[in-house]
Design a binder for this molecule. Structure first.
Ligand SMILES: [Fe+2]
Length: 263
């Protein structure tokens, strides 16, 4: 599995506060079966604004620590970019893509999406970047009208859902919205958005829930196949379909009902 969104590069944003804590989370990731992780520190002018070299130096130190501790996981660079009118300049100046791809993880005001969201994201699309909206289920406008997510996808914006949302860690409305996105095929990635505040475990619980509540193939798409395409900078489909296999017990119930009426 590949986690495309977490805040485990220490002391750069509101995520991990120490290399030891980062190591603890990354060890748990590897034990649970994560092979690759994008360390997506916030990039937000006025709050989390730094030179790319500072990020790269910290990443190098963490890679060395992971290697010294013989943890088998690949750390990739990445950023969670808070969209504003000049985001395109930041992306080009600081190279803020996920790994060596054209994909960029973006966020906006959770009270929105604000009216200028599209104005801020269109320059990215025009320049050939592929925006992924972080935790789409947490935006008030999408919670109010989940079909807004469909409009985003029609406009070539991918959607990432947080693992914790599926478990209800952000509240009931966010939980319901997350599941609606998944059931409609309007989510492309499941990620942890881990801030090292709790043990790294919600991601694995959410993956298991996704497999049992929805579909194993969707779980694989969102945690392996689509994130893997970011690593190779391959195109990810905006639309996908899945066939949910109805459990045998439910099929039997359906047949007996039919027989009761017509048999
Ligand atoms: Fe985040």
């Amino acid at each position: 599995m590949i986690d495309i969104h977490c805040h485990l590069l220490p002391n750069l944003d509101d995520g991990s506060k120490s290399p030891e804590k980062s190591l603890e989370q990354i060890r748990a990731m590897a034990i649970g079966g994560i092979t690759d992780v994008f360390l997506t520190s916030h990039f937000m002018p006025g709050r989390y604004h730094y030179e790319r070299k500072k990020y790269d130096d910290k990443l190098q130190l963490l890679r060395e620590l992971v290697q010294q501790n013989q943890i088998n996981i690949n750390l990739h660079h990445g950023f969670e970019i808070f969209l504003h009118p000049f985001s395109i300049k930041d992306i080009e100046k600081h190279k803020l893509c996920l790994g060596n791809s054209n994909y960029v993880l973006v966020e906006s005001d959770l009270n929105g999406l604000p009216s200028d969201f599209y104005e801020n994201v269109y320059p990215l699309l025009r320049a050939g970047y592929k925006p992924i909206l972080a935790h789409g289920e947490r935006y008030v406008s999408i919670m109010h009208n989940v079909h807004d997510a469909k409009d985003l996808i029609r406009k070539d914006i991918y959607i990432q859902v947080n693992a914790g949302s599926l478990l209800g860690l952000y509240g009931e409305k966010v939980r319901q919205t997350a599941w609606l996105l998944l059931r409609n095929g309007w989510a492309h990635f499941l990620a942890s958005d881990d801030h090292a505040k709790m043990p790294y475990g919600a991601y694995f619980d959410a993956v298991e829930l996704l497999k049992t509540e929805l579909d194993v193939s969707v779980a694989n798409l969102l945690t392996q196949d689509f994130p893997g395409k970011i690593l190779k900078n391959e195109t990810i489909p905006y639309k996908y379909v899945y066939l949910r296999s109805v459990p045998e017990s439910r099929r039997r119930r359906k047949r007996s009902l039919w027989r009761r009426i017509f048999g």
